[in-house]
Structure formats: structure tokens, C-alpha cells
Design a protein around this ligand. Structure first.
Ligand SMILES: [Zn+2]
Ligand SMILES: [Zn+2]
Length: 141
């Protein structure tokens, strides 16, 4: 288990995420929502217990944007109210204690993570090469 420090673009929000050895990887999400919210071809994430994320700065002022996910259930996107950096997402369908942290925000150490898997492969841009095991939607649970 190691702790990684996250920081938003403006510096108003800072947090840390604890990751077990097997979680120290980026899960690439190619879904269309990630494209719109992230402005890129995919996002880099990891599923963590909610208790693994702790705020050291700006945690009280963080805002949530709520939308309907693929499953029809609500998803909450928690972001810095000043610069809109996404700290983590919470899919209510996953229960109250499981959230999705943005691994690309976890400093220089986080940037060195290898790709662990690719999800929503069905929405992947045609020119993207496969860099990890790719699932059409989600891995079988
Ligand atoms: Zn910010
Ligand atoms: Zn996505």
C-alpha cells in the first residue's frame, strides 16, 4: 500500500489516495461520457474504497455534478469548484463505499503507472492502439 498525492489545476484542492500494489495502474476508460467531461480520447482511473481518498485542502468546498450513467443509475462527479478538475467519480450502483479516482492526477509517481486494463473498448477511437486487456464494456465481476 502506498499513498499518492493529488492536486487540481489551480491548487485549491489537494488530496491523497491510498493504493494497494495491484491498484497502482491506470484503468483506461474510453466511454463517451469520459470523452466529453475529460476533453480527451480516454480517462485514467482506478476503483478504490471511498476511505482511500482523503482531502488535505479544499475538501469542504468540493462540488458534485450528477448525471445518469450507462446503467441508468446516478453518477456523481466530484470536482474542484474553481478549476473543475475531477477528483473522483461515484457511481451509486457500486454502493456507498466504492469510488473511482482519477489516477492521472496523482503526481509524478502516478504518471508512471502502467495501463492495467481498458474498459468501454466499444467506444475506443479507431486509431488507438491496444495497450492492455480491453473489455467491450466492463470486466466481468
Ligand atoms: Zn482547482
Ligand atoms: Zn468513462
Amino acid at each position: 500500500m502506498s499513498s499518492y498525492k493529488g492536486k487540481c489545476h489551480c491548487g485549491q484542492t489537494e488530496w491523497s489516495v491510498k493504493l494497494e500494489k495491484d491498484q497502482q495502474k491506470h484503468i483506461l476508460c474510453h466511454c463517451d461520457t469520459c470523452k466529453v467531461l475529460g476533453g480527451g480520447a480516454f480517462t485514467l482511473n482506478q476503483i478504490v474504497p471511498k476511505s482511500a481518498i482523503s482531502f488535505s485542502k479544499g475538501g469542504d468546498s468540493i462540488k458534485a455534478y450528477t448525471y445518469k450513467g450507462d446503467s441508468g443509475n446516478e453518477v456523481k462527479c466530484y470536482y474542484c469548484p474553481n478549476c473543475t478538475t475531477h477528483v473522483y467519480h461515484h457511481q451509486l450502483v457500486m454502493g456507498p463505499d466504492t469510488v473511482i479516482a482519477r489516477t492521472v492526477l496523482l503526481g509524478d509517481d502516478g504518471k508512471k503507472f502502467d495501463p492495467g486494463a481498458e474498459i468501454y473498448g466499444k467506444a475506443k477511437m479507431a486509431w488507438e492502439k491496444e495497450v492492455a486487456t480491453t473489455f467491450e464494456l466492463l470486466p466481468p465481476s
